[in-house]
Write a protein that binds this ligand. Structure first.
Ligand code: DGL
Length: 263
C-alpha cells in the first residue's frame, strides 16, 4: 500500500458522506473513494449476518480499488461487522459508533437521548458501551424508523420527515435530555430540522469529527499520509441513482466525481 493510495469510505447509502466531509476537511490532500450501497439501504433493519455480508462486499471492493485504509462510515455496519472485518483484512479499519461517552460525561440533567437504527441499538457493541458509560444516566433510546429511506431520496425537511422527528424527539424532551446523540451517519443532515424542534438547551452530537481525527492519527502513526500536494481525486460511487449524493455534496460539485456503478 502506498502513501498516495486513497482512503476508502463506505456506508449503506448517502449518509456516510457526512463523515467524508469531516475527513476531507481534516485531510484535504488525501485521495478518497466513497461507496454508497444505496441499493441495499437501509441496513438498519437487517440481521447482523446480512449486515456483515454486505460490509465484507463493500470492503472487498474498496481493497480491490486500492484503498490504504477503510472507514466504515456507518454505525450499523460498525456495531455489527467491524470485528469480523478486522479479522478478515489486515489493512487498518476505522469505524463509527454513537458518541454515548461524551454525552454521558457532559450531561448535567443526567438524561440523554440517542437516535439510531434498530441494528445499532440492538448490537452487542452498543450495549457494552452504554453499560460502561451510562451507569448514573437515563438513556432514552429511539429507533429512527423511516428516516434513512427519506434521506436516501433527498427528502430532508418535508412534512413527513418533520412529523417523524417530532414523534421521535417527544419522549426525549419529556425526559429532560440535554444531549441528543446522533447514532447514524445519515442523521447529521437532519440537524437544522432537529434544532428547530428541540429546546435550545439540548446539544446535538455526532461522531464525524472524531472519526476524521482517528483517521489522521492512524495514517500518521503508520507513516501513510499522502505527501504529494497535487489536487486529490475525490470519487463517489453509488449502486443506485446519483441525484441525492450530488445534492448533499453540492458545495463540493467542482471537486468531486459521482458515478453509478455496480458493486
Ligand atoms: N448510515 C447508517 C448508520 O450509520 C445507516 C443506516 C441504515 O442503512 O439503516 O447506521
Amino acid at each position: 500500500m502506498k502513501k498516495n493510495s486513497p482512503i476508502g469510505v463506505f456506508d449503506s447509502g448517502v449518509g456516510g458522506s457526512s463523515i467524508w466531509q469531516e475527513i476531507h476537511k481534516l485531510l484535504p490532500l488525501e485521495h478518497t473513494i466513497y461507496l454508497a450501497d444505496s441499493k441495499n439501504a437501509p441496513y438498519g433493519n437487517k440481521t447482523a449476518e446480512e449486515i456483515t455480508k454486505l460490509s465484507i462486499k463493500n470492503t472487498e471492493k474498496l481493497v480491490q480499488m486500492g484503498a490504504k485504509i477503510i472507514i466504515v462510515a456507518c454505525n450499523t455496519a460498525t456495531t455489527n461487522a467491524i470485528v469480523t472485518l478486522r479479522k478478515n483484512y489486515d489493512i487498518p479499519i476505522i469505524g463509527i459508533e454513537p458518541a454515548i461517552k461524551p454525552a454521558a460525561l457532559q450531561s448535567t440533567t443526567k438524561s440523554i437521548g440517542i437516535l439510531a437504527t434498530k441494528g445499532t441499538l440492538s448490537s452487542a457493541l452498543f450495549s457494552k458501551t452504554t453499560q460502561e458509560f451510562t451507569k448514573d444516566i437515563n438513556v432514552v433510546e429511539i429507533i429512527g424508523e423511516g428516516l434513512v429511506p427519506l434521506i436516501e431520496v433527498g427528502n430532508l425537511d418535508g412534512p413527513e420527515m418533520n412529523s417523524l422527528l417530532e414523534k421521535y424527539t417527544n419522549p426525549m424532551i419529556a425526559a429532560n435530555i440535554d444531549y441528543l446523540v446522533l447514532g447514524c451517519s445519515h442523521y447529521p443532515y437532519l440537524i437544522p430540522q432537529l434544532k428547530a424542534i428541540l429546546p435550545t438547551n439540548v446539544k446535538i452530537i455526532d461522531s464525524g469529527e472524531a472519526v476524521a481525527r482517528q483517521t489522521k492519527t492512524v495514517l500518521q502513526s503508520l507513516n501513510m499520509l499522502r505527501e504529494e500536494i497535487t489536487t486529490p481525486n475525490l470519487q463517489f460511487f453509488t449502486n443506485a441513482e446519483t441525484e441525492t449524493l450530488k445534492f448533499l455534496l453540492k458545495e463540493y460539485s467542482e471537486k468531486i466525481s459521482v458515478e453509478k456503478k455496480d458493486f
